[in-house]
Design a protein around this ligand. Structure first.
Ligand SMILES: [Zn+2]
Length: 465
């Protein structure tokens, strides 16, 4: 039962060996809070939420740090455009991101540090790098000297001779491929005092500094989207290792959500914002849609594929509901997931394969229900709940309940009330009062319930919004 992960840096799947037995430390590059998140932004957080849940299931004590990049060119530009403080723009979007993570059931990180809260740590790192000859100051900016660090570009497997560093619109570099860790102040921009004059952080430095502060000079896993491999992660590695840190032992990258083959982008407008999507789709269905393809596979977004996911999840959810009714009580999740499910998850978080085990177990459970084999149905239900729990997709988990009440308790109360109303409808039918019977049914429908007649009596479900 060793967890194996695809390590971008080794370009192969490796057995996971923790730095400290029983513990895993994960640093995930989080949001640059320029705008409210669309579903493509949330996918990374969701993939790594499933990763940490699996480590926790395997008995690891998980430390999970996901940063917030709360200062960059676009945040500052938006502040100017909207005549608002730049930091209020970042904070609004940070809250929208957290609302998105919460809506899709991502557990909060152990800690969520912001870039602007760590300027002293960045200064300390720059001072160390300048002392060791890996960085230099020019016109108030501080640059990393890429030729001074032999391991540069190993993660992305590029050759320094072929490299063109993205143009940062700044001068004073000794080599055009050097990157800015710190940018000299410009009129009207926020700045901080440093030994090299006033200025503000470049993007890459914050992650090296914050990973060092919260996870130490060596930690287990560094994660992020594929697009971060270069330049961001290369630059993080250069800064941290040249500073003297071992830095991350494994590099894990998630694929994107695409539209027509292209990475989903802000230019698509509001339609794919998480805040809009949750109005049209149940959050648990969105989680199923974004969380169940393999984290290294692209998700080509379409409404049709989302509808398919909804139907597939509906089959699982329907079984959980029918089997719970058959049991006449809430059946707790099994203490352990089936071995085949665990094997799939150990194998580079093979969620698609693990999901197939869930669907197979659901089919077995449905057969048991069909054969009126209550014990067998209950056993399958306990397994299904255990597996869904690992993926954060158990529909009976209180987090998916609407409102503030506990999911299972609220379900029980509603169930009692609905049954009471249905008894009234039955009584009306018996006295051939069809008008009243129909009116009761219509009112239940209007309240968002779907009533079906089954051999065990009428059954209710929530209509999909
Ligand atoms: Zn980062």
């Amino acid at each position: 039962m060793t967890i194996r992960l695809y390590d971008t840096s080794a370009r192969q799947i490796r057995d996971f060996t923790p730095l400290t037995p029983g513990r895993v430390s994960i640093y995930l590059c989080g949001a640059t809070v320029q705008a409210a998140p669309h579903i493509g932004h949330i996918r990374s957080g969701l993939n790594f939420d499933i990763m940490r849940r699996w480590f926790a299931y395997r008995g690891y004590d998980v430390t999970f740090v996901r940063n917030v990049t709360d200062i960059d060119d676009k945040i500052i530009a938006k502040g100017k455009d909207q005549n608002r403080p730049w930091w209020s723009i970042g904070y609004d979007n940070e809250r929208a991101f957290n609302a998105g993570y919460d809506a899709l059931g991502c557990l909060p990180p152990t800690y969520e540090p912001r870039a602007t809260g760590h300027v002293p740590e960045m200064i300390e790192m720059m001072r160390g790098l300048i002392e060791r000859g890996h960085a230099y100051e020019a016109d108030g900016s501080v640059y990393f000297d890429v030729r001074s660090f032999p391991g540069y570009l190993e993660l992305s497997n590029q050759d320094l001779d072929d490299l063109r560093q993205p143009d940062e619109g700044v001068s004073g570099k000794r080599d055009p491929r050097d990157f800015a860790m710190w940018k000299a102040t410009k009129p009207g921009e926020p700045d901080w005092e440093t030994p090299w004059g006033r200025g503000r952080p470049g993007w890459h430095l914050e992650c090296s500094a914050m990973a060092h502060k919260y996870l130490g000079s060596a930690f287990d896993i560094h994660g992020g989207g594929l697009d971060l491999i270069f330049p961001h992660h290369e630059n993080e590695i250069a800064q941290a290792k040249a500073f003297g840190d071992e830095f991350a032992h494994y590099w894990v990258h998630n694929a994107w959500v695409t539209m027509s083959g292209e990475k989903m982008s802000k230019s698509l407008g509001n339609s794919v914002l998480v805040s809009e999507m949750v109005k049209n789709w149940r959050p648990i269905v969105l989680r199923y849609y974004l969380g169940t393809p393999h984290y290294r596979s692209m998700i080509e977004y379409s409404e049709e594929s989302l509808r398919e996911a909804e139907a597939a999840f509906g089959r699982i959810e329907g079984f959980v509901q029918r089997a719970t009714e058959k049991a006449g009580r809430t059946v707790p999740a099994a203490a352990e997931v089936p071995p085949a499910f665990a094997e799939a998850m150990d194998d580079d978080l093979g969620v698609p394969h693990a999901l197939a085990i869930i669907h197979t177990t659901v089919r077995q459970g449905n057969s048991a229900l069909g054969a009126d084999d209550k014990d067998e149905a209950i056993a399958r239900l306990a397994e299904v709940r255990a597996m869904l729990g690992v993926l954060g997709l158990d529909p009976l988990d209180p987090q998916w309940a609407d409102g503030s009440g506990g999911g299972e308790e609220l379900h029980g109360v509603v169930d009692t009330l609905v049954r009471l109303v249905l008894q009234q409808r039955e009584a009306a039918r018996e006295r051939k009062d069809w008008g009243t019977a129909d009116a009761i049914r219509d009112q239940l429908t209007q309240s968002g319930l779907v009533i079906e007649d089954s051999p065990d009596g009428p059954r209710w479900t929530l209509a999909n919004r």
